[in-house]
Design a protein around this ligand. Structure first.
Ligand SMILES: Cc1ncc(COP(=O)(O)O)c(C=O)c1O
Length: 383
């Protein structure tokens, strides 16, 4: 077997966390060693340093580290006192954590549709959802747009509708921290923004982690209290019922190192995306990024005509090219969410669930591997 054949057969990782680990190797080890030396494992100096760096990175007044992206969503909803009788509008085509904390708090997620070109919340569907909430006797309190796959939602249109109906906007940027919309970074576009540092995310740690961003001082103070058991000025006199929602010092130390190379990684992801777009546009429907946005490409998701996806995925797998389907079941079809109100059917979410397939995407996907993926996809699609 020659060298070329061996390269051809090597399995391609879908997301290569190990490649980044190799690049950062000693820096991460040393950052962890510093935490092991000072032993401030909870709310240590790295947490405060990271919060300052994250706020500076995106331009938000406050960045508040928390235990996961889900906790970031929960903490904001708790701070807003969302509960029974309240409606929160969520897109159907998302990871189900978007609606999970709404339901956990006893409020009603109203499930709206997305736009096929961007996979993100359709502002017209949001308008209809607000009307539906009223019809159902619920108080529409908030909307959670999702910046799916790393691409910012239509934030201007959503903000205008939210202002007209006095909705709070909680941006679910779990997949998209680092992305830009009309020259502004996510974290500054909504009343509050939640992100996730789950390892596979564009900015991921080595366990669970997340953050809340806001310019609202009062909200920031409530979220900080809620993430530490609702503590008040006196640590042992709880001001409110909260949770254990802190970001670990160890994870903060790791993120501080990763943040240093994050802008370079965003550029590298965009180069891969451009290469895919240039090479595959004639055989599949490519994701659309308008001039107003820069995506961080948490996923590179193409669309194929219904019925083609499974055979194409099998053909690619046989050639060592992994793919994934995000999401084969939109929210309104999942067991835990199918009883919640759906805005007049959500046909686009239903169609996308049949059509989407994601290709390998990360900042360390070199040109020979890109070539291999592109050639395999073209062959599988008869291009
Ligand atoms: C859109 C979306 N929202 C929320 C979350 C929850 O983040 P975490 O896993 O950090 O709790 C995720 C994680 O995958 C997500 O993709």
């Amino acid at each position: 077997m020659n060298q070329h054949a061996r390269l051809e057969e090597r399995p391609i990782p879908f997301i290569d966390v190990a490649a980044q680990r190799r690049r950062l190797g000693r820096a991460i080890d040393e950052a962890i060693a510093r935490v092991l030396a000072h032993c401030q494992f909870i709310q240590g100096p790295e947490v405060h340093a990271l919060e300052a760096e994250l706020a500076a990175f995106c331009g938000a007044r406050h960045a508040i580290g928390c235990a996961s992206g889900t906790d970031a969503l929960l903490l904001v909803l708790m701070a807003w006192e969302i509960g029974p009788g309240d409606a929160v509008i969520c897109p159907s085509f998302t990871y189900h954590a978007t609606a999970e904390m709404v339901a956990l708090l006893g409020a009603t997620p109203i499930i709206a549709d997305v736009k096929a070109e961007t996979f993100n919340l359709d502002p017209e569907s949001l308008e209809r959802a607000v009307a539906d909430a009223k019809r159902l006797g619920l108080k529409a309190k908030a909307v959670i747009p999702v910046d799916l796959f790393g691409l910012p939602a239509d934030h201007d249109a959503i903000a205008a509708i939210a202002a007209a109906h006095r909705l709070k906007v909680l941006d679910d940027a779990a997949q998209a921290f680092g992305a830009t919309y009309r020259g502004r970074k996510l974290g500054t576009l909504a009343t509050a923004t939640a992100t996730s540092f789950f390892p596979a995310k564009p900015l991921g740690c080595y366990g669970d982690g997340g953050a809340v961003f806001t310019d609202d001082d009062a909200l920031a103070a409530r979220v900080k209290s809620l993430r530490v058991h609702g503590e008040g000025i006196d640590k042992y006199d709880a001001a409110r019922v909260g949770i254990t929602g802190r970001l670990d010092t160890m994870q903060a130390a790791i993120l501080l190192e990763k943040l240093k190379i994050f802008p370079e990684e965003i550029a590298a992801r965009n180069a891969v995306a451009q290469r895919y777009a240039d090479s595959l546009a004639d055989v599949a429907t490519m994701p659309r990024v308008g001039n107003e946005s820069i995506s961080v490409w948490a996923q590179y998701t193409i669309r194929l005509p219904p019925g083609r996806r499974d055979p194409v995925a099998a053909t690619l797998k046989a050639q060592g090219v992994p793919t994934a389907v995000y999401y084969a079941k939109p929210l309104h079809r999942q067991t835990a969410y199918r009883h919640f109100p759906v805005v007049g059917g959500v046909p686009v979410s239903d169609r996308l669930a049949e059509e989407v397939i994601s290709l390998p995407m990360h900042a360390y996907l070199d040109q020979p591997v890109q070539d291999r993926i592109i050639a395999a996809v073209r062959r599988a699609l008869g291009g």
